[in-house]
Design a protein around this ligand. Sequence first.
Ligand code: F6R
Length: 247
Amino acid sequence: MKLITATTYEEMCQKAARVLAAQITLKPQSVLGLATGSTPIGIYQELVREYQEGKLNFSQVTTVNLDEYLGLSPENDQSYRYFMNQHLFNKVNIPKENTHVPSGQPQNPQEECRQYEELLAAVGPVDIQLLGIGNNGHIGFNEPCGHFPEFTHVVNLSESTIQANSRFFAHSSQVPRQAVSMGIGTIMKAKKILLVASGQGKAQIVYDMMFGPVTPQVPASLLRFHPDVTVFADQEAGVLALAALSK
Ligand code: F6R
């Protein structure tokens, strides 16, 4: 696991975006695994800017997103499909049919999970998977629990995630209680993983992920067993991990 720190959030996003841009340039048919949340927004802004400047072409790119809230339609402005359309897909030349986000309103959620795994197997492997990290160490919506979930599955969101995500909703009671998420096993199949973390609230969990025990209580800790993970952190999020590395 490699750590790249940046002085500011903007610089961190530029550095991470450069890796994604290089991937798309070198392999126009790349499969990108994408994340939502506040941290990747600056990365998507960078990619959109490069596209607008004529430096990037998304016409052959395929994307697969990590997760979606259960109960939200694609038109709901809190759904992850809506987020991705707003921040990236509507702003670049990616064909919509090449963009995949789990359905938030499946007839049968278990069947949706099975079909999403099938889709991933058909379009994959993912060349680069972009991840954020929750305050409790979740990646995707893989919450701390007794095991590392292997496949795409239905998740009951933890109270800490509901509270953390309530900042995007009018009230915490509106945060959906369930989601569909790729499993940790699904994420680990990506050829390369970029994890981004910003702000002092992430400093301890970045440290725990990199140096604490590998345990399903810190789902991101399993990434230490992946051969190609780069953690991008701004100064605040990287402070404890950087101090440990320079001892
Ligand atoms: C979102 C996702 C989540 C977020 C995590 C961090 O698709 O998979 O794991 O990456 O909750 O969110 P932010 O970036 O808002 O702190």
